[in-house]
Design a protein around this ligand. Structure first.
Ligand SMILES: Cc1cc2nc3c(=O)[nH]c(=O)nc-3n(C[C@H](O)[C@H](O)[C@H](O)COP(=O)(O)O)c2cc1C
Length: 143
């Protein structure tokens, strides 16, 4: 994982891509943002990469500004969920997009989310929000 993330960061830096990886047990959730044609080409590489199997696209959409432009590929191992959620909220320009929040909550599952939220943990990744949600674009933050 160390080598993979290091290489991804170098390549993403060169191609203007950014995002994060959450690694829990033998599963990975990845968020990748950037210019469409770079992203499509890189994702094709990722999809064909023999180091993993069963690649699934949860959501893809056009955006005007990357939410996680500061992160060339931030790595989380899922051991400290509160800190991970706090760092995502802190890093996301304009707040964490709802689809990203839902994907993170869904990926972590109740066993990891419930200790963070207690009984407020959503049975399904709908309301209440775990992460601060996207707001109308504000001024860009320094990385
Ligand atoms: C889970 C996972 C995530 C990856 N994320 C990235 C990434 O964000 N950026 C990237 O360039 N390569 C990433 N890679 C590596 C690519 O699959 C591929 O090795 C890399 O793009 C170099 O491809 P190339 O040897 O065809 O140039 C990832 C691989 C895996 C298995």
């Amino acid at each position: 994982m160390f080598r993979l993330v290091y290489q991804a960061r170098v390549s993403n830096e060169a191609h203007g891509l950014c995002g994060f990886l959450v690694h829990v047990d033998d599963r990975i959730l990845q968020m990748l943002e950037g210019p469409t044609w770079k992203l499509v080409a890189t994702f094709e590489n990722i999809r064909r990469d023999p180091r993993h199997r069963r690649v699934e696209v949860i959501d893809e959409r056009s955006i005007t500004d990357a939410a996680f432009a500061c992160w060339r590929m931030r790595y989380f191992d899922g051991r400290n969920v509160p800190r991970m959620l706090a760092q995502m909220t802190e890093a996301a320009a304009g707040g964490v997009p709802r689809t990203v929040q839902d994907a993170v909550v869904d990926f972590l599952g109740p066993d990891l989310i419930r200790p963070v939220l207690g009984e407020a943990a959503p049975a399904r990744p709908s309301a209440p929000p775990v992460l601060r949600q996207a707001q109308p674009p504000s001024s860009p933050r320094p990385c």
